[in-house]
Design a binder for this molecule. Structure first.
Ligand code: F6R
Length: 360
């Protein structure tokens, strides 16, 4: 069942490149995203003036990546909210807004409640889910499936990266109808499975021992900017839920506004640097934490100089920063996985957690 792997989580991490291929199959034609293959039409896409994303946990973190990509590529404004907050926040929705529910299971109670609320107000609803025939899928006006196959481990991995891929396709489809097509990016998406395999091949070297070191610590900070900040949020959730280490994600530029006071000799910091536009800014934040004694695990673009004072360097071949999140997610997942293994935990069934949260 686990295909020779020690845990479902590891199997699901390792199968990501192939699953990405399945997710992209047929959805791209002649350097264009095919809207109907993600459940939409050019007319619908043109009508969208604003997007509201609702989701929980890991799916919320995928939503944050989606926001950044949609706003940058298509210039359509996007809000992202945690479903349990949104449903009670007296949200303002209008007819030009598209509400997107992201849910692996398609059964998360809060996410479903947001969807129903939007429909009652006559707002167009779109869901991104892994589960065919799920309640979220059935109750939405349009659906895109992530096609990741069954995800058994409680900690979400391949569902997360395929949610990001669907959101990237959506961003590119919106960009097409808004007069900003990016055939170059569409074409590059097709190389992601290959790059994913390359990342996995590399990760076998060293990440396990880096995780063994992390397993001996108590509080971990994850920092990044832009897409890397959204990834940092997912990285810290992943490590919390299976290794039970206390972890927190910060926008790297926020450190100075309080959190830097917590950095002392040996404090672990995981820094993510794939956003080239702001790489030098994050690098100065790394130097700041290093100056206060932090031990730094860096998940960085190959392109970043190896002379930087990063204690544990995990280099990822990022050829296109906008497509980096799915690639950089892999070392974050593996770091969490091996840390949990080193701490002797039941990786697939972490304490207190359920795979699908169908009650509020
Ligand atoms: C984390 C995790 C949870 C889920 C969240 C939403 O690894 O699995 O945070 O992402 O409960 O679940 P879905 O996507 O099924 O709505």
């Amino acid at each position: 069942e686990r295909g020779g792997y020690a845990h479902f989580m590891l199997k699901e991490i390792m199968e990501q490149p192939d699953v990405w291929g399945d997710c992209l199959l047929g959805r791209i034609h002649e350097d264009q995203v095919v809207p109907k293959e993600i459940g939409l039409t050019p007319e619908l896409l043109t009508r969208v003036k604003r997007i509201q994303i609702v989701a929980a946990g890991t799916a919320y973190h995928a939503g944050l990546i989606g926001k950044s990509l949609i706003e940058r590529l298509a210039r359509v404004p996007v809000n992202v909210d945690v479903a349990s907050e949104f449903r009670y926040a007296h949200p303002i929705l209008d007819k030009d807004t598209m509400v997107i529910a992201i849910s692996q299971s398609g059964e998360t109670a809060d996410t479903l409640a947001c969807l129903r609320m939007a429909r009652e107000q006559g707002v167009f609803t779109y869901s991104i889910t892994n589960t065919v025939g799920s309640t979220v899928a059935r109750e939405s006006d349009a659906v895109a499936y992530t096609l990741a196959g069954p995800e058994i481990a409680v900690a979400s991995t391949k569902a997360y990266t395929t949610q990001i891929l669907v959101l990237t396709l959506l961003a590119l489809a919106l960009a097409q109808v808004h007069g900003n097509p990016r055939p170059d990016l569409v074409r590059r998406m097709l190389q992601l499975p290959l790059l994913g395999h390359k990342v996995l091949d590399r990760m076998n070297q060293g990440i396990e021992s880096m995780a063994q070191r992390l397993a001996k610590t108590h509080d971990v900070f994850y920092i990044g900017r832009g897409l890397d900040y959204a990834l940092a949020m997912e990285g810290q959730l992943k490590i919390k839920e299976i290794s039970y280490l206390h972890a927190e994600a910060y926008a790297a530029g926020e450190l100075k506004h309080g959190t830097l006071a917590l950095i002392e000799e040996g404090t672990p910091v995981v820094a993510i640097v794939t956003e080239r536009e702001v790489a030098d800014k994050t690098v100065s934040n790394i130097l700041e934490v290093k100056a206060r004694g932090a031990e730094v695990w860096g998940i960085v673009d190959d392109w970043l100089p190896s002379t930087l004072p990063i204690d544990h360097r995990i280099a990822v071949p990022i050829e296109e920063p906008l497509l980096a999140p799915v690639l950089a997610a892999i070392p974050l997942q593996l770091l969490a996985y091996y840390t949990a293994v080193a701490r002797g935990h039941d990786v697939d069934q972490p304490r207190n957690l359920a795979k699908s949260v169908t009650v509020e």
